[in-house]
Design a protein around this ligand. Structure first.
Ligand code: TA6
Length: 317
């Protein structure tokens, strides 16, 4: 259940009339509801999880599973999970949570501001006093800036507050909403090497043509700093993921069998989503000296596509 005192404190301290309010979402998890002239968005304090971003006159840009958990200690399925401080399973400790502990923790609000154009920026924080794990016993501070306007700006800053160097992996694990993943193509990764998680982590090289999704796809593209463009002809739009401070991009769709194996994901949901994940992982984990900071950014936007199906353009409620 939501603590009404906590909700009132947030409302009193951070609400922006017509721009930002706080409310209890499913299972009482507190969420920030952002409304700007350019777009609407929702961000849960649980995992600092962006679950919704919808430009005015468009369909939602982020996919959310209708079967997602909204429970303390469990990840939300969809939107943009924050992966930190390890990606995937923790090799040294199989009991540790997949994709680290940041997405399972309750983050705190640090600030909320509105710019002259009406766009809103939230800053949320997390540190070792609030969340840690014996599988990664280090002092750190995370600061996550979420900018809601004509684009969705996600800026994850890691600060090393330990006495020694720390090494971590991180990802903004973005679930894009597509009309039919079997009809999309992905540009931006031509020529990049990748680890194929569906083929024993074999290292392969992406060909020159845009990527098509024809089955379970789980690829860790290495040493790539490029912008990815997902062309969604059935949706009449392109979804663009630009990034800075990231050397790895992961492309993932579970397809049929994996979808059926996930309890918090509908068997029939895999055609409506495609993950384009902004990461530093594997060969590109980040090592940070004491006192230093590192920032990774993802900027997500939707662009109309000439010749798209105009019926796909939603009327924002
Ligand atoms: O980023 C792709 C991936 O590592 C897949 O292998 C799959 O496990 C996906 O993340 C979802 O992971 P999750 O722990 O959120 O179920």
């Amino acid at each position: 259940m939501t603590d009404p005192g906590v909700l009132k404190q947030l409302q009193d301290r951070y609400e922006i009339p017509g721009g930002l309010r706080f409310e209890a979402g499913p299972k009482g998890l507190i969420r920030a509801v952002v409304a700007t002239p350019q777009a609407g968005a929702q961000v849960y304090l649980h995992g600092a999880h962006v679950t919704h971003y919808q430009p005015r006159g468009e369909r939602p840009v982020l996919f959310m599973s209708a079967h997602s958990w909204f429970e303390p200690g469990k990840p939300i399925r969809g939107g943009v999970p924050i992966v930190f401080p390890w990606f995937g399973p923790r090799a040294s400790d199989p009991s540790a949570p997949a994709h680290g502990f940041a997405r399972l923790a309750e983050w705190h609000m640090e600030s909320a501001t509105q710019a002259a154009d009406g766009s809103v920026t939230l800053v949320l924080g997390l540190d070792a006093a609030k969340a840690t794990n014996p599988a990664w016993p280090h002092a750190y501070e995370l600061r996550y800036r979420v900018g809601v306007g004509g684009t969705l700006g996600l800026f994850l800053e890691v600060r090393n507050t330990s006495d020694g160097a720390i090494t971590f992996e991180e990802a903004l694990h973005t679930y894009l909403a597509v009309s039919d993943v079997r009809r999309v193509s992905i540009a931006g990764l031509a020529g990049a090497d990748y680890l194929d998680k569906t083929d024993g982590m074999r290292r392969k090289t992406q060909g020159p043509d845009p990527i098509r999704i024809t089955g379970e796809t789980d690829r860790v593209y290495l040493n790539t700093q490029t912008t990815c463009v997902v062309d969604d002809p059935a949706g009449g739009r392109r979804l663009v993921v630009n990034k800075q401070g990231s050397d790895v991009t992961v492309v993932w769709d579970p397809w049929v069998a994996k979808a059926q194996a996930m309890p918090d994901f509908g068997d029939d949901e895999w055609p409506q989503m495609l993950c384009i994940e902004t990461c530093n992982a594997a060969d590109h984990a980040v090592t940070l000296p004491p006192g230093h900071r590192h920032e990774m950014r993802a900027t997500i936007r939707s662009e109309p596509r000439y010749g798209g199906d105009p019926r796909c353009r939603a009327h924002v409620s």
